[in-house]
Write a protein of this length. Structure first.
Ligand code: SAM
Length: 287
Protein backbone atom coordinates (compact mmCIF):
# COMPACT_ATOMS: atom_id res chain seq x y z
CA UNK A 1 0.00 0.00 0.00
CA UNK A 2 1.46 3.31 -1.17
CA UNK A 3 0.12 5.35 1.77
CA UNK A 4 1.39 2.90 4.36
CA UNK A 5 4.90 2.89 2.90
CA UNK A 6 4.84 6.71 2.84
CA UNK A 7 3.89 6.71 6.54
CA UNK A 8 6.65 4.23 7.35
CA UNK A 9 9.18 6.29 5.39
CA UNK A 10 8.26 9.45 7.29
CA UNK A 11 8.71 7.67 10.62
CA UNK A 12 11.89 5.94 9.50
CA UNK A 13 13.43 9.21 8.28
CA UNK A 14 13.06 10.62 11.79
CA UNK A 15 14.19 7.40 13.45
CA UNK A 16 10.82 7.09 15.19
CA UNK A 17 9.81 3.70 16.56
CA UNK A 18 6.18 3.83 17.65
CA UNK A 19 5.41 3.48 21.35
CA UNK A 20 2.72 1.10 22.53
CA UNK A 21 2.63 2.92 25.85
CA UNK A 22 1.32 6.06 24.08
CA UNK A 23 -1.35 4.16 22.13
CA UNK A 24 0.45 4.81 18.86
CA UNK A 25 -1.50 2.83 16.25
CA UNK A 26 -1.49 4.93 13.11
CA UNK A 27 -3.82 5.11 10.14
CA UNK A 28 -2.83 5.52 6.52
CA UNK A 29 -5.78 4.25 4.42
CA UNK A 30 -7.22 7.34 2.66
CA UNK A 31 -10.71 5.79 2.48
CA UNK A 32 -10.86 5.42 6.25
CA UNK A 33 -9.43 8.90 6.86
CA UNK A 34 -12.00 10.41 4.51
CA UNK A 35 -14.80 8.44 6.16
CA UNK A 36 -13.80 9.88 9.55
CA UNK A 37 -13.90 13.42 8.18
CA UNK A 38 -17.23 12.73 6.46
CA UNK A 39 -18.66 11.29 9.68
CA UNK A 40 -17.47 14.45 11.50
CA UNK A 41 -19.35 16.57 8.92
CA UNK A 42 -16.50 19.07 8.92
CA UNK A 43 -17.08 22.11 6.72
CA UNK A 44 -15.07 25.19 5.73
CA UNK A 45 -16.75 27.03 8.64
CA UNK A 46 -15.38 24.72 11.32
CA UNK A 47 -12.34 24.80 13.54
CA UNK A 48 -11.21 21.32 14.51
CA UNK A 49 -9.42 20.19 17.63
CA UNK A 50 -7.53 16.98 16.94
CA UNK A 51 -6.21 14.88 19.81
CA UNK A 52 -3.05 12.93 19.00
CA UNK A 53 -2.24 13.83 15.37
CA UNK A 54 0.59 11.28 15.26
CA UNK A 55 2.29 11.61 11.87
CA UNK A 56 -0.46 13.94 10.63
CA UNK A 57 -2.33 11.67 8.22
CA UNK A 58 -5.79 12.55 9.58
CA UNK A 59 -4.68 16.16 10.25
CA UNK A 60 -3.84 16.57 6.60
CA UNK A 61 -7.30 15.39 5.40
CA UNK A 62 -8.97 17.60 8.03
CA UNK A 63 -6.93 20.63 6.94
CA UNK A 64 -8.22 20.20 3.37
CA UNK A 65 -11.78 20.93 4.47
CA UNK A 66 -11.73 22.82 7.79
CA UNK A 67 -11.13 26.50 8.42
CA UNK A 68 -8.42 25.54 10.90
CA UNK A 69 -7.02 22.53 12.75
CA UNK A 70 -5.48 22.66 16.21
CA UNK A 71 -3.67 19.42 16.96
CA UNK A 72 -2.40 18.41 20.41
CA UNK A 73 0.35 15.77 20.47
CA UNK A 74 2.23 14.50 23.51
CA UNK A 75 5.24 12.92 21.76
CA UNK A 76 8.06 15.41 21.10
CA UNK A 77 9.52 13.20 18.33
CA UNK A 78 6.25 13.55 16.39
CA UNK A 79 6.10 17.29 17.03
CA UNK A 80 9.27 17.71 14.97
CA UNK A 81 7.80 15.62 12.16
CA UNK A 82 4.46 17.48 12.26
CA UNK A 83 6.08 20.91 12.27
CA UNK A 84 8.03 19.98 9.19
CA UNK A 85 5.03 18.42 7.47
CA UNK A 86 2.78 21.44 8.03
CA UNK A 87 5.39 24.16 7.70
CA UNK A 88 3.85 27.28 6.15
CA UNK A 89 0.30 25.95 6.61
CA UNK A 90 -1.15 28.68 8.78
CA UNK A 91 -4.46 26.84 9.14
CA UNK A 92 -2.70 24.04 11.05
CA UNK A 93 -1.49 24.68 14.58
CA UNK A 94 0.58 22.03 16.31
CA UNK A 95 0.56 22.05 20.12
CA UNK A 96 2.99 19.99 22.16
CA UNK A 97 1.20 18.75 25.28
CA UNK A 98 -0.73 16.13 27.18
CA UNK A 99 -4.42 16.60 26.39
CA UNK A 100 -5.35 15.56 29.93
CA UNK A 101 -3.12 18.25 31.45
CA UNK A 102 -4.12 21.12 29.20
CA UNK A 103 -6.59 23.61 30.57
CA UNK A 104 -9.37 23.02 28.06
CA UNK A 105 -11.25 26.18 28.98
CA UNK A 106 -8.14 28.19 28.08
CA UNK A 107 -7.49 26.17 24.94
CA UNK A 108 -11.05 26.62 23.64
CA UNK A 109 -10.93 30.33 24.53
CA UNK A 110 -7.73 30.80 22.49
CA UNK A 111 -9.26 28.86 19.61
CA UNK A 112 -12.21 31.27 19.69
CA UNK A 113 -10.02 34.37 20.00
CA UNK A 114 -7.86 33.34 17.09
CA UNK A 115 -10.31 33.01 14.30
CA UNK A 116 -12.90 30.58 15.51
CA UNK A 117 -15.06 33.17 17.22
CA UNK A 118 -18.16 32.30 15.28
CA UNK A 119 -17.19 28.97 13.85
CA UNK A 120 -18.23 25.79 15.61
CA UNK A 121 -15.51 23.74 17.27
CA UNK A 122 -15.51 20.08 16.31
CA UNK A 123 -13.31 17.50 17.99
CA UNK A 124 -11.93 14.76 15.77
CA UNK A 125 -9.52 12.06 16.87
CA UNK A 126 -8.20 8.60 16.44
CA UNK A 127 -7.88 8.37 20.22
CA UNK A 128 -5.02 6.79 22.12
CA UNK A 129 -6.95 3.83 23.59
CA UNK A 130 -5.19 3.72 26.95
CA UNK A 131 -6.85 7.00 27.97
CA UNK A 132 -10.14 6.98 26.03
CA UNK A 133 -12.37 7.15 29.10
CA UNK A 134 -10.48 9.94 30.93
CA UNK A 135 -10.43 11.97 27.70
CA UNK A 136 -14.18 11.54 27.26
CA UNK A 137 -14.90 12.63 30.81
CA UNK A 138 -12.53 15.58 30.44
CA UNK A 139 -14.41 16.75 27.35
CA UNK A 140 -17.83 16.16 28.91
CA UNK A 141 -16.85 18.66 31.62
CA UNK A 142 -16.25 21.31 28.95
CA UNK A 143 -19.13 20.29 26.71
CA UNK A 144 -20.45 23.80 26.16
CA UNK A 145 -17.32 24.68 24.14
CA UNK A 146 -17.63 22.06 21.40
CA UNK A 147 -20.37 21.06 19.04
CA UNK A 148 -19.51 17.54 17.96
CA UNK A 149 -16.93 14.90 18.80
CA UNK A 150 -15.97 12.29 16.24
CA UNK A 151 -13.69 9.66 17.68
CA UNK A 152 -12.18 6.36 16.75
CA UNK A 153 -12.39 4.11 19.79
CA UNK A 154 -12.03 0.46 20.59
CA UNK A 155 -15.17 -1.43 19.45
CA UNK A 156 -16.07 -2.52 22.99
CA UNK A 157 -15.86 1.07 24.29
CA UNK A 158 -18.08 2.30 21.43
CA UNK A 159 -20.62 -0.35 22.37
CA UNK A 160 -20.58 0.89 25.97
CA UNK A 161 -21.09 4.49 24.89
CA UNK A 162 -24.21 3.75 22.79
CA UNK A 163 -25.62 0.78 24.76
CA UNK A 164 -29.29 0.15 25.57
CA UNK A 165 -30.51 -0.57 29.13
CA UNK A 166 -30.47 -4.22 30.13
CA UNK A 167 -27.47 -5.12 27.96
CA UNK A 168 -24.03 -6.14 29.19
CA UNK A 169 -22.40 -3.06 27.67
CA UNK A 170 -24.81 -0.65 29.41
CA UNK A 171 -23.34 1.22 32.35
CA UNK A 172 -21.65 4.26 33.77
CA UNK A 173 -20.10 5.38 30.48
CA UNK A 174 -23.44 5.10 28.60
CA UNK A 175 -25.22 7.17 31.23
CA UNK A 176 -22.42 9.72 31.57
CA UNK A 177 -22.56 10.32 27.82
CA UNK A 178 -26.37 10.54 27.88
CA UNK A 179 -26.15 13.67 30.04
CA UNK A 180 -24.25 15.56 27.35
CA UNK A 181 -24.62 14.17 23.86
CA UNK A 182 -26.36 11.91 21.38
CA UNK A 183 -24.15 9.17 20.00
CA UNK A 184 -24.18 7.29 16.73
CA UNK A 185 -21.83 4.74 15.21
CA UNK A 186 -20.40 5.72 11.83
CA UNK A 187 -18.26 2.80 10.76
CA UNK A 188 -16.35 -0.25 11.80
CA UNK A 189 -12.57 -0.23 11.26
CA UNK A 190 -10.76 -3.57 11.27
CA UNK A 191 -7.55 -3.86 13.28
CA UNK A 192 -5.52 -4.50 10.10
CA UNK A 193 -6.10 -0.88 9.06
CA UNK A 194 -3.65 0.33 11.74
CA UNK A 195 0.12 0.31 11.96
CA UNK A 196 1.16 -1.47 14.08
CA UNK A 197 -1.88 -3.81 14.21
CA UNK A 198 -3.57 -3.61 17.63
CA UNK A 199 -5.36 -6.49 19.37
CA UNK A 200 -8.82 -4.96 18.91
CA UNK A 201 -11.16 -3.67 16.19
CA UNK A 202 -12.41 -0.10 16.26
CA UNK A 203 -15.49 1.98 15.61
CA UNK A 204 -15.81 5.60 14.53
CA UNK A 205 -18.38 7.30 16.77
CA UNK A 206 -20.06 10.66 16.30
CA UNK A 207 -21.32 12.54 19.37
CA UNK A 208 -23.55 15.59 18.98
CA UNK A 209 -23.78 17.54 22.17
CA UNK A 210 -27.07 18.85 23.51
CA UNK A 211 -27.35 22.66 23.57
CA UNK A 212 -27.64 22.30 27.35
CA UNK A 213 -27.54 19.10 29.34
CA UNK A 214 -31.10 17.75 29.79
CA UNK A 215 -30.02 16.91 33.33
CA UNK A 216 -28.37 20.27 34.09
CA UNK A 217 -30.60 21.03 37.09
CA UNK A 218 -29.45 18.01 39.08
CA UNK A 219 -26.28 17.10 37.20
CA UNK A 220 -23.93 16.48 40.10
CA UNK A 221 -26.40 14.16 41.88
CA UNK A 222 -27.15 12.38 38.58
CA UNK A 223 -23.40 11.83 38.16
CA UNK A 224 -23.09 10.57 41.73
CA UNK A 225 -26.02 8.15 41.30
CA UNK A 226 -24.86 6.67 37.99
CA UNK A 227 -21.38 6.15 39.48
CA UNK A 228 -22.61 4.40 42.59
CA UNK A 229 -25.26 2.37 40.70
CA UNK A 230 -22.50 0.55 38.81
CA UNK A 231 -20.03 0.45 41.66
CA UNK A 232 -21.02 -3.14 42.29
CA UNK A 233 -22.89 -4.13 39.19
CA UNK A 234 -24.38 -7.26 40.74
CA UNK A 235 -25.81 -5.44 43.75
CA UNK A 236 -29.25 -3.85 43.76
CA UNK A 237 -29.40 -0.06 43.56
CA UNK A 238 -30.69 0.06 47.16
CA UNK A 239 -27.63 -1.86 48.35
CA UNK A 240 -25.28 0.39 46.44
CA UNK A 241 -27.04 3.43 47.94
CA UNK A 242 -26.75 1.96 51.44
CA UNK A 243 -23.04 1.42 50.92
CA UNK A 244 -22.51 4.91 49.49
CA UNK A 245 -24.40 6.64 52.33
CA UNK A 246 -23.61 4.54 55.43
CA UNK A 247 -24.63 7.32 57.84
CA UNK A 248 -28.10 7.87 56.43
CA UNK A 249 -30.94 5.91 57.98
CA UNK A 250 -33.02 5.98 54.77
CA UNK A 251 -34.72 2.70 53.78
CA UNK A 252 -33.54 2.90 50.17
CA UNK A 253 -35.74 0.00 49.02
CA UNK A 254 -38.82 1.84 50.30
CA UNK A 255 -37.55 5.10 48.78
CA UNK A 256 -37.31 3.45 45.36
CA UNK A 257 -40.76 1.88 45.72
CA UNK A 258 -42.23 5.24 46.62
CA UNK A 259 -40.84 6.58 43.35
CA UNK A 260 -42.39 3.72 41.38
CA UNK A 261 -39.44 1.34 41.04
CA UNK A 262 -39.06 -2.20 42.41
CA UNK A 263 -37.14 -2.17 45.70
CA UNK A 264 -34.61 -4.60 44.25
CA UNK A 265 -34.11 -2.71 40.97
CA UNK A 266 -30.60 -2.79 39.49
CA UNK A 267 -28.96 0.15 37.79
CA UNK A 268 -28.56 -1.72 34.53
CA UNK A 269 -32.33 -1.72 33.91
CA UNK A 270 -32.85 2.01 34.51
CA UNK A 271 -32.75 4.56 31.69
CA UNK A 272 -30.95 7.90 31.93
CA UNK A 273 -34.33 9.63 32.49
CA UNK A 274 -34.98 7.32 35.47
CA UNK A 275 -31.66 8.26 37.03
CA UNK A 276 -32.51 11.90 36.49
CA UNK A 277 -35.87 11.42 38.27
CA UNK A 278 -34.05 9.77 41.15
CA UNK A 279 -31.50 12.60 41.26
CA UNK A 280 -34.31 15.15 41.37
CA UNK A 281 -36.09 13.29 44.21
CA UNK A 282 -32.79 12.81 46.06
CA UNK A 283 -31.97 16.54 45.90
CA UNK A 284 -35.46 17.54 47.04
CA UNK A 285 -35.32 15.24 50.05
CA UNK A 286 -31.69 15.47 51.06
CA UNK A 287 -30.99 19.17 50.81
N1 SAM B 1 -3.97 10.57 14.51
C1 SAM B 1 -2.94 9.60 14.20
C2 SAM B 1 -3.48 8.58 13.21
O1 SAM B 1 -4.71 8.46 13.14
O2 SAM B 1 -2.69 7.92 12.56
C3 SAM B 1 -2.41 8.92 15.46
C4 SAM B 1 -3.44 8.25 16.34
S1 SAM B 1 -2.73 7.27 17.63
C5 SAM B 1 -4.06 6.13 17.90
C6 SAM B 1 -2.86 8.29 19.09
C7 SAM B 1 -1.95 9.49 19.13
O3 SAM B 1 -2.18 10.18 20.38
C8 SAM B 1 -0.47 9.20 19.11
O4 SAM B 1 0.16 10.06 18.20
C9 SAM B 1 0.01 9.49 20.53
O5 SAM B 1 1.36 9.90 20.62
C10 SAM B 1 -0.95 10.59 20.96
N2 SAM B 1 -1.16 10.70 22.41
C11 SAM B 1 -1.10 9.71 23.34
N3 SAM B 1 -1.38 10.20 24.56
C12 SAM B 1 -1.63 11.53 24.41
C13 SAM B 1 -1.97 12.58 25.30
N4 SAM B 1 -2.11 12.34 26.60
N5 SAM B 1 -2.12 13.83 24.82
C14 SAM B 1 -1.96 14.07 23.48
N6 SAM B 1 -1.66 13.11 22.58
C15 SAM B 1 -1.49 11.86 23.03
Amino acid sequence: MKQRSHLLQMLHAKGIVLKKSLGQNFLSDPNILEDIVRCARVTAEDTVLEIGPGAGTLTSVLAEVAKGVWAVEIDARLIALLEERFQGRTEVRIIHGDILKLNLDELFTSMREQGAATSPIKIVANLPYYITTPILFYFFETYTHWQTMTIMVQKEVAERIVAEPGTKAYGHLTLARAAYARAEMCRHVPREAFFPIPKVDSIVLHLTRYPTSPFADHLSTYQKLIRLAFHSRRKTLANNLRQAYPHQRTDWGAWLERLGYPRDVRGETLRAEDFYRLAQAFDEEHD
